[in-house]
Write a protein that binds this ligand. Sequence first.
Ligand code: DAK
Length: 257
Amino acid sequence: MAYEHIQVDVEPPIATVTLNRPKVLNALSPELIGEVNQALRELDADDRVRAVVLTGGPKVFAAGADISDMAERTAVEQLHRDQTGRWAGIAAFTKPLIAAVNGYALGGGCELVLMCDMIIAGDSARFGQPEINLGIIPGAGGTQRWPRTAGKYAAMETVLTGAPITAARARELGIVNKVVPAEMTIEVAKRVARQLAQKAPLALRMAKEAVLKAFEAPLAEGLAAERKSFYFLFSTDDQKEGMRAFLEKRKAVFKGR
Ligand code: DAK
């Protein structure tokens, strides 16, 4: 499908989705979010693709939701637009999603990053939730994902002050996997995606689902879900292939079956 606000590059076994509204720092209009949602749905169904990089390109990730689109809306209009469904669709992507962040990732841009599974930040990256300065609060998960990943006090500081933090500080808080020179960010994220793409796709999917469960379920429920997925994987060809390859001292070839 052709997109207007994003670019999708499929280079099997990975794909890259690039936000592409540079004149407004990739501000996340409803159309852009709709396209990201649609692209991820297509990539989820594409067997050639096993991991995806999400980026805003070399200069900026995204400066948040499009303020010019929101400024004059009423509460009821906001409610009826079902933005939430489109954002939830992104969080529901089943394959590994690696964020490659350069420059600002603010507001909804930061929330989009926090929906990803791993985060590679360029040293130019700045993460923040400046909604408080607009008289609102985060609306795409910021108040929930920040405390779950960075803890209460860092979350309060970010959400209440609206001040952005550097890539180095984000790394200290554990919301970034790796900080690299800005010109390397996308390449490093692609390298990570290619590494993950070598793993067994069904195991990757179950592993992602199980880790995400830890943020939502009580421990006993999470452990039960983990066990079920563990047993399930013994019904896959890839489990047989993985273990036989180990015993035969060769590299496993996984097929996602
Ligand atoms: N929306 C629209 N346009 C934006 C924008 C934004 N968020 N951010 C920047 N732009 C535009 C600027 O208006 C400017 O346009 P022109 O004047 O050239 O026409 C152009 O991008 C360049 O921006 P600046 O001139 O401001 O560039 P600077 O380098 O000086 O400053 C900045 C960069 C990122 C610090 C600054 O642009 C800025 O503070 N931007 C706004 C950041 C912000 O407040 N973001 C939070 C937005 S609220 C929800 C889902 C999501 C959300 C809510 C609900 N649901 C599912 C319910 C999300 C909400 C938000 O993100």
